[in-house]
Ligand binder design. Structure first.
Ligand SMILES: Cc1cc2nc3c(=O)[nH]c(=O)nc-3n(C[C@H](O)[C@H](O)[C@H](O)COP(=O)(O)O)c2cc1C
Length: 192
């Protein structure tokens, strides 16, 4: 079966480096045979998570995001590093989609459980957002995703991409290709 994999960036900035990284990841996943859904968090008007908001009426955007994630076997995420952690935009999206709906148990985690994820980051700093990746790995493990050991971090992101949005150097392209190949194969195995 063809693996369904969602790709998303934790930044909605115009010209986002993580957006570029996510686009390159989506392109490689397609090359490795996956059916890719590119999620643009601009399309989901998610309020900042609050349990009262959830109890009053589960936001339609959160429901829509969760339903897209539920349909996947895999997930590829590119996160910026904000003050040593993942962006609040990304954490908020992960949190909303972790919430139970349709009478599910509070720990059903149906958007994530039993699926596989791979993580990436791009930062203008020399460290490439590595601290954010450590935290993203922890959060995604908490919501019961299986995490690939590979990850891609792109330092000096303002110089890492050429005018067409491709990598300026060969190494990150190789690492991304290897990681997306493994993600596609693992997601395919999980899809039965
Ligand atoms: C609030 C804020 C905090 C930041 N903190 C860090 C940081 O801790 N480490 C880092 O490498 N870059 C940090 N940066 C710089 C981001 O890596 C840089 O803005 C990057 O371009 C964001 O990703 P994007 O291009 O996908 O939007 C920070 C930027 C902002 C706006």
């Amino acid at each position: 079966m063809v693996a369904k994999i969602a790709v998303l960036a934790g930044s909605t900035r115009k010209g986002s480096f993580n957006g570029r990284l996510a686009a390159l990841g989506a392109e490689r996943l397609r090359a490795h045979g996956a059916e890719v859904t590119e999620i643009d968090l601009r399309d989901y008007d998610l309020p900042i998570y609050c349990q009262d908001t959830e109890s009053d009426a589960f936001p339609a955007a959160a429901l829509a995001l969760k339903s897209v994630l539920r349909a996947q076997q895999g997930l590829l995420i590119a996160t910026p590093e904000h003050n040593g952690s993942i962006s609040s935009l990304l954490k908020n999206a992960i949190d909303w989609a972790s919430r139970p709906t349709d009478g599910e148990s509070p720990v059903a985690l149906s958007a994530y459980r039993g699926k596989v994820a791979a993580i990436m980051s791009a930062s203008v700093s020399p460290f490439g957002g590595l601290r954010a990746l450590i935290q993203l790995r922890q959060t995604l493990g908490t919501v019961q995703l299986l995490l690939l050991p590979e990850q891609v971090s792109v330092p000096f992101a303002d110089r890492a991409f050429d005018a067409e949005g491709k990598f300026a150097e060969p190494l990150p392209a190789t690492l991304l290709d290897q990681m997306t190949a493994r993600l596609a194969r693992t997601a395919e195995a999980l899809s039965g």
